[in-house]
Design a protein around this ligand. Structure first.
Ligand code: ADP
Ligand code: MG
Length: 473
């Protein structure tokens, strides 16, 4: 039966926005703006058995084909997560065959506003007269075991992640994975989730950062929704994947809440996987009873990859994105960028952008030039460290305060300014910047960048501070 979307009209902008937010983890924002957000909902079709066909209209033939070829799978997956129904996507042109769109999303596309946003527990979507709960802690479909390159440095963490996804809550509960930033912890968490879901469809898996847990909890306290919050994390998931757990350290209310959540989950044989930037013992300010629990199961680490693994990762990414990277270029890049896989990916993206703009092939020379402009030299003042030091000195706080979970204004304002300057001077991706500020979510960084940019216009003393710090750099 084909029904127009009268009932859902009002819900659609919000759903579509959530869908775009999920997609934001997969594609650059420009891609989303250009190709995805311009899609209009035309119709939905209930296929029964909790399946749904979503008809969308693109602005022209070219963009319909492009979306179909490049993004269909990810859009379907994101829609499925947001609506709770298995979605199949059909893309046509506005006037081509599928009828004119009955509804265009009027909302401006806004990036995830980050911390402190409204709690999104138990979103319910009305599709016809069915109600479907949605999971607002979805797993990212792009990170799988298949595209994780295994080498000596990550072999153990990889094997333990595979073991847990084959037999959840059996031997290793919790699984605790730690490493410095950019070495694949988040990737492994999602890979566990994806494996579980594809092996046993219907497994309720939550992926979330510890920061999200904390923010959601604070919000629930403010809005008197603690019982819903508790029910959500203690009862509604089979597996919880929680990223950057170091973030809860020193926040006693969050630690307390997480302690009970952990006990309930563990007691009812549900799998918990956590990551952190350091081993449980070294997480400063973490309550002892939590530390012991973190060590109950299996603790495994990831070390910086060896050059062979770095080359293999680079090649696998290049192949996936259909980029031809000659061997000498791969070796050159991998020998330069040693300690962070995300940065390795970053240069690859830059190289490709450069190549496609100039129509030239990727060569060693091009790689050298690109690298020079994208990697701050060792001696440069514009490193994350030096910016954090300068900003904290200026505000008479410590670099540690910038990375701490505390949200008091005394720290949060300098932190936002520091993020802004790091972005400005190093051009690092927002994900990496978040990692350098105590494992914060990329949406928090996006929020900080927007906020400071705005304040530069509107708030004279922020502008003065930023200018003074830039002079010091
Ligand atoms: P972390 O959570 O440890 O900071 P991420 O999991 O976010 O790091 O990894 C950073 C980027 O590097 C991701 O895009 C991830 O896919 C990639 N990456 C890291 N390790 C590997 C690996 N062994 N194989 C393939 N990609 C990897
Ligand atoms: Mg991570």
């Amino acid at each position: 039966m084909r029904t127009t979307l009268d009932v859902d009209k009002n819900r659609w902008p919000e759903l579509w926005q959530q869908t775009c937010q999920i997609l934001e983890n997969h594609f650059p924002r420009e891609t989303i703006r250009t190709w995805i957000y311009s899609l209009e909902l035309a119709d939905t079709e209930d296929l029964g058995q909790n399946r749904m066909k979503v008809h969308m209209a693109a602005v022209n033939e070219f963009s319909a084909n492009w979306v179909r070829d490049k993004y269909r799978r990810e859009i379907e997956f994101a829609l499925t997560q947001v609506t709770g129904s298995e979605c199949e996507l059909v893309v046509a042109t506005r006037d081509g065959g599928q009828g004119a769109p009955v509804y265009a999303p009027p909302v401006e596309y806004v990036a995830n506003q980050g911390s402190g946003g409204a709690v999104n527990t138990g979103t319910v979507l009305h599709t016809g007269n069915r109600q479907i709960g949605s999971n607002d802690n979805p797993v990212d479909v792009r990170y799988t075991f298949e595209n994780f390159v295994v080498g000596a440095s990550n072999q153990f963490a990889h094997a333990s992640a595979v073991a847990v996804s084959e037999h959840p809550a059996r031997q290793y509960n919790p699984l605790f994975i730690f490493s410095p930033p950019g070495l694949g912890k988040t990737h492994l968490l999602h890979a566990i989730g994806n494996h579980l879901i594809s092996k046993t469809p219907g497994t309720r898996v939550a992926y979330l950062s510890a920061e999200k847990f904390v923010n959601e909890m604070i919000d629930s306290i403010q809005h008197n929704r603690m019982s819903q919050f508790r029910a959500k994390y203690r009862d509604s998931y089979d597996v919880i994947l929680i990223d950057d757990i170091q973030f809860i350290a020193g926040k006693s209310a969050s630690e307390e809440e997480f302690f009970h959540t952990f006990n309930t989950l563990h007691g009812s044989k549900r799998q918990i996987v956590m990551t952190s930037d350091r081993p449980p013992k070294e997480i400063e300010g973490l309550e002892a009873r939590l530390r012991t629990r973190f060590e109950w199961g299996l603790v495994s680490d990831i070390r910086p990859p060896e050059i062979e693994t770095r080359i293999a990762i680079l090649k696998s990414k290049a192949e996936r994105d259909d980029i031809y990277v000659p061997d000498d270029v791969a070796t050159f890049l991998a020998s330069y960028i040693k300690s962070n896989v995300r940065e390795l990916e970053g240069v690859l993206v830059k190289l490709q952008a450069h190549a496609s703009m100039t129509g030239a092939e990727i060569t060693l020379d091009m790689a050298k030039t690109t690298l020079k402009t994208s990697i701050p030299e060792e001696s440069s003042h514009f490193t994350v460290d030096s910016i954090q030091n300068t900003v904290s000195k200026y505000f008479r706080i410590t670099p540690k305060d910038l990375k701490s979970p505390s949200r008091v204004k005394k720290f949060s304002m300098p932190r936002q300014i520091a993020m802004f300057l790091v972005r400005k001077y190093t051009g690092l991706p927002v994900e990496t910047i978040g990692e350098y500020f105590g494992g914060r979510d990329h949406s928090t960084v996006v929020y900080a960048l927007q906020k400071v940019e705005e304040e530069l216009e509107t708030t004279p003393n922020i502008r003065e501070s930023v200018e003074a710090i830039q002079d010091l750099l």
